[in-house]
Every structure is written in structure tokens, then in C-alpha cells.
Design a protein around this ligand. Structure first.
Ligand SMILES: [Zn+2]
Length: 368
């Protein structure tokens, strides 16, 4: 069997009465092009009697048959029709084209590439029959997608917008407390020398908002408008008491509640009940204190101090103290109601004790 390949050039394309064209493959006629713009490749067998006349009519000594090879080469190089598949975003379409390059095909087919889209082979590449041109469409990536997520064209990528806002706020600056010692103050005394004042600061915060939801908040600047003022507290370290031209060292300064009592002896004027108990000292009304001293009020001088009843857990018995506004006193007595920061001052007469009443006094516990 002899096989011939017959190329029919567009300009050789004669009416169907002259040439009978046979298809090579099943698809060739699907895209029937005008005979004036295309050529077909065709196999013809000489044994096929129905086609023999056709062949004979072309080749039978016609001068045109002699230039056929040259025209053939020329036409292949310039005008070859190519069947090309284009795969665009996963969808494959078949195109028939005379374009020589990918670019030309895309233009002719009206396929637009957006910025970021890729095409394989490159736009400038020559295309051959049977090529598959693949287009990779770019994907818009929104903030909602995880960076690790694989991108796909049908991915739900919301092009979400992140708004940046700046918030200016004023806020208070807390003050610090500073402690200072003051030897001019009695030991144990605490005094606020200066009240603290809060300062004021302006703060600028950058807030990132996506879909009305705050996603981050960052302080980008702060500026002090008013600095805070420290609270200054003085702590007394002094332990010297000067009275009557003498200086006494003291261990502690106490603020105590003071009441008064009388010895409860018949001469004091203290009410005595039917069983012989006085109102101030009960049955301890023999004229002596708990420590055994005579229950006679002093004058508050260093040598003749007052007598007071104390809680020995706070002020040891026999201690010498100085009571502001009242003078020296010695702890000689105790009392059922005298517990903690309380003292009871002895007066010789019940009436004087009543006059004293109840008052708060400052007491220096002197070094013994
Ligand atoms: Zn009394």
C-alpha cells in the first residue's frame, strides 16, 4: 500500500468539485474551517479507487505539482494551524489557532491575564500542535487565611480590610510615698509632711480593627502632662525629752486613754458600800498601791511623780513616764479595767478624780 500526503494550500484550495478532502482523524472536521483559510493533512491510498481520480487530477503532470514541496515548507513555517488545549483555572478548552506564540493565542482567544496570573509555557514561547497551555490564576489572600493554608482558586478568600485607629487617652500617674526620718520628731511619731498628688499622662494607642472587632491594641506613645507629686511621710527618730532643764531619753511614745481614781480610803470621799468596798478600788482600799507604795498622789515633778495604774504588759510596773500636760508619773498600780493603752491617774480626793474625767494623753515611756 502506498501512502501519500497531500497538502492543500489555501490558495490552492479549489472548489469541492476539484478536490475531495478526507479527514485524518475524527476531530478534524469538527472545526470546519473555510477551505480558503486552512489546509488539511490527509492520507490517501492509491488502492482506494474512489480517490484515485482526485489524486491523479492534481499530480498528473501538472506544473503546480512541481512547486508543491516548496509551498509545503513555506506554509508549514508560516501558517500552520495548531490544535492547542488551554487549561485555565482547572478548566480545559480546545483552540485551533494560527498564532505562533502563546501570547498570540491568548489574545486571539480573548483570554485575559491579570496581574499575578501565570502561564506555562511563557507568553513569548512558540506553540506547537498538541501543546497544552496552562494558566495559573492568582488568588487573593485575605487576612482570614492561615499562612500555612494551601491556596486554591475556589478558596473563600475574603479581602478583609484592617482598619487602623489611633486613640488618645489621658490617664492618671499614681504618686509614690517617700519615707524620711526626722530626729526633731519624737520616736514613734509618723507625720505626713506632704500629701501626694496624681500626675497626668497622655497615651496614644494604635488599635487594629477588622470587621468591627478589635484584634490588637498597642501603645505607640506616651507623654507626661503633669508629673505626680510624692507623698512625703516623716518618721520621728528623736528620743530626747527636755523638761525642767533636764533631758530625758525615752524608749517609746504612746497615746493612751487616761481616767482617774482615788485610793478609796475613808479620807478620799470615795463612796463605800455596805460591805466596805470603795467605788474606786473595791476592797483594795487600804491606802497602798499594788506595788506596795503609799497611795498618795504626787505633784508631777521628777522627784514626786504622780501615781498611775497601768497594764503591766504595755508599761512595766515601776516605770517612770512623762505625761504631756500632766508631768512625771510612776507606774505603781493595776486595775481590773486598765488593759492595753489605758492608764488610771491617782488623785487623793474622789471629787478630783471625777473632775479629771476621761482624756487622751501622750505618754513618754522613759529609759529607766
Ligand atoms: Zn474614788
Amino acid at each position: 500500500m502506498y501512502r501519500f500526503i497531500v497538502f492543500i494550500m489555501p490558495f490552492l484550495d479549489l472548489p469541492g468539485t476539484l478536490l475531495k478532502v478526507y479527514k485524518m482523524g475524527p476531530e478534524s472536521l469538527d472545526y470546519t474551517l473555510s477551505f480558503f483559510s486552512a489546509y488539511f493533512m490527509e492520507e490517501v491510498t492509491m488502492e482506494d479507487s474512489s480517490r484515485a481520480p482526485l489524486w491523479g487530477r492534481i499530480g498528473g503532470g501538472s506544473p503546480i505539482f512541481c512547486i508543491l514541496p516548496f509551498l509545503l515548507v513555506f506554509s508549514i513555517s508560516l501558517h500552520s494551524l495548531k490544535v492547542v488545549d488551554v487549561e485555565d483555572a482547572g478548566e480545559r478548552k480546545r483552540y485551533y489557532t494560527y498564532s505562533r506564540t502563546v501570547e498570540g493565542l491568548l489574545q486571539a482567544a480573548g483570554i485575559e491575564l491579570q496581574c499575578g496570573d501565570g502561564v506555562e509555557p511563557d507568553r513569548g514561547q512558540l506553540i506547537n500542535c498538541g501543546d497544552v497551555i496552562s494558566i495559573q490564576r492568582s488568588v487573593t489572600v485575605g487576612c482570614g487565611n492561615s499562612p500555612d493554608e494551601l491556596l486554591s482558586p475556589d478558596m473563600e478568600t475574603e479581602a478583609e480590610s484592617v482598619n487602623k485607629e489611633y486613640v488618645t487617652e489621658k490617664e492618671a500617674i499614681p504618686y509614690s510615698t517617700v519615707k524620711v526620718n526626722n530626729p526633731m520628731l519624737d520616736r514613734g511619731t509618723v507625720r505626713v509632711k506632704q500629701e501626694g498628688e496624681e500626675g497626668l499622662r497622655e497615651k496614644v494607642t494604635e488599635v487594629l480593627v477588622r470587621e468591627r472587632k478589635e484584634i490588637s491594641r498597642t501603645v505607640v506613645s506616651t507623654q507626661v502632662i503633669n508629673p505626680p507629686q510624692d507623698r512625703v511621710v516623716e518618721y520621728g527618730t528623736g528620743n530626747l525629752l527636755s523638761r525642767d532643764g533636764r533631758t530625758y531619753q525615752y524608749e517609746e511614745v504612746l497615746t493612751v486613754n487616761a481616767t482617774a481614781y482615788c485610793p478609796g480610803t475613808p479620807g478620799s470621799g470615795c463612796p463605800i458600800d455596805g460591805r466596805g468596798a470603795s467605788r474606786c478600788t473595791g476592797f483594795y482600799n487600804d491606802g497602798y498601791t499594788f506595788s506596795g507604795a503609799r497611795a498618795v498622789a504626787g505633784d508631777g515633778s521628777r522627784n514626786n511623780p504622780h501615781i498611775i495604774a497601768v497594764d503591766p504588759a504595755v508599761i512595766p510596773l515601776q516605770s517612770l513616764v512623762y505625761i504631756e500636760g500632766f508631768g512625771f508619773a510612776r507606774a505603781e498600780d493595776t486595775g481590773g479595767a486598765i488593759k492595753g493603752l489605758k492608764i488610771d491617774v491617782l488623785f487623793d480626793r474622789h471629787a478630783d478624780a471625777l473632775d479629771f474625767g476621761r482624756r487622751q494623753v501622750k505618754l513618754y515611756l522613759l529609759e529607766q
